[in-house]
Design a protein around this ligand. Structure first.
Ligand code: AIR
Length: 341
């Protein structure tokens, strides 16, 4: 079996986080390769592994590292394939590694997941592959349902066992509720502007539209179709849900989000397609990177740098280019132009 995913660790001491990735990939039956190479101690080894891996058909790279975690960025320097970064908590709770991975300059994005979230990195990699491999997409949906059913079941396993005089255990028993089970990627029929768009951009508030515009300009240069909507999942819940579900041909969703990042969190609950998150700043200069990236197991958001809509576009293009070599060429031109400036 030729591996589709390559996991690279900055050190053998990161192995526990890689185990979480491997558990998921084994479950999803996706062949992978595992290597150890440090961006600082062995930069040449990183370059060789990544170049040879790309030539041999690796579709997605996962870089796992702690401290000044420059490994995912180094991987991105040697491959046109998408790179997922997993920050490891070695010191400072892993925030040092998180900032090192997520804050990449344009046009070199890293799809960053939460601290120690090797499991979410593997799910995200499977979602990328699922865009052109229907079997993998179906397995991701099945896995997502497992996570959801576990939550439902925990009402019986935990709540029902608590014995307290004022706790009404039988009030709205979850097992009796008529919830039409877990519907992921279910469709609704609704007229929308550009229903065939490959990339769907959702902006939570008017203030962040500028970030979406920059993103759109890059997608246009890369000849990728997209649709943009400003809709807040809290203020207009039905509109938000219907819009996400009506975009049934979408291969990738991008959420541009501030505050508690309900936009990205909301999208990810409604689809098994990959979700890219662009954290924004507010008027006071607070940023929302942590509320975008720190997703629980099962529901990753591929987070890029703060206000970096352009990197979200490049990441979307890299993901789509796995099965479309034309985009690789266009991306190379885009990168050359940036360097020549
Ligand atoms: N690391 C290795 N080379 C560069 C970096 N940033 C990271 C590893 C590991 C941490 O440093 O990814 O998380 C400590 O590595 P070690 O080998 O000292 O245990």
């Amino acid at each position: 079996m030729t591996p589709k995913i390559m996991i690279i660790l900055g050190s053998a001491s990161d192995i526990a986080i890689a185990e979480k990735s491997m558990d998921i990939l084994d479950k999803l039956e996706i062949p992978y390769s595992l290597k150890i190479a440090s961006a600082h101690r062995t930069p040449n080894l990183v370059r060789e592994i990544v170049k040879q891996g790309t030539d041999a058909g690796i579709e997605v790279f996962i870089g796992i590292a702690g401290l000044a975690a420059h490994l995912p960025g180094s991987i991105a320097a040697y491959t046109p394939r998408p790179v997922i970064g997993v920050p490891v908590d070695v010191k400072t709770g892993g925030v040092d590694a998180l900032e090192s991975i997520v804050q990449m300059p344009y046009p070199s994005p890293i799809a960053t997941v939460g601290i120690d979230r090797g499991d979410n990195a593997a799910i995200l990699a499977a979602q990328f592959i699922g865009i052109h491999d229907e079997e993998v997409h179906k397995r991701v949906i099945a896995l997502r349902k497992e996570y959801a059913l576990k939550v439902k079941q925990s009402n019986e396993d935990v709540v029902q066992k608590i014995d307290r005089p004022f706790l009404e255990n039988d009030f709205l028993r979850i097992k009796n509720l008529k919830i039409n089970d877990i519907k992921i990627d279910e469709e609704v029929t609704k007229k929308c502007k550009n229903k065939d768009a490959e990339v769907v951009i959702i902006v939570g508030r008017q203030t962040d539209v500028g970030t979406a515009k920059k993103l759109g300009i890059i997608l246009e240069r890369l000849k990728i179709s997209y649709d943009t909507k400003v809709v807040c999942p809290i203020r207009s819940t039905n509109k938000f849900t219907n819009y996400v579900k009506s975009m049934k041909n979408a291969k990738i969703f991008i959420g541009i989000s501030s505050n508690s990042s309900q936009v990205t969190g909301g999208i990810v609950g409604l689809t098994a397609r990959p979700v890219i998150g662009v954290p924004c700043t507010n008027e006071n200069g607070d940023d929302y990177m942590l509320t975008t990236v720190s997703m629980p197991p099962g529901v990753p958001v591929a987070t890029v740098g703060i206000n970096n809509g352009k990197n979200a576009a490049v990441l979307a293009a890299e993901i789509l280019s796995i099965s479309n070599p034309q985009i690789v060429e266009l991306l190379e031109k885009l990168k050359d132009k940036k360097i020549n400036l």
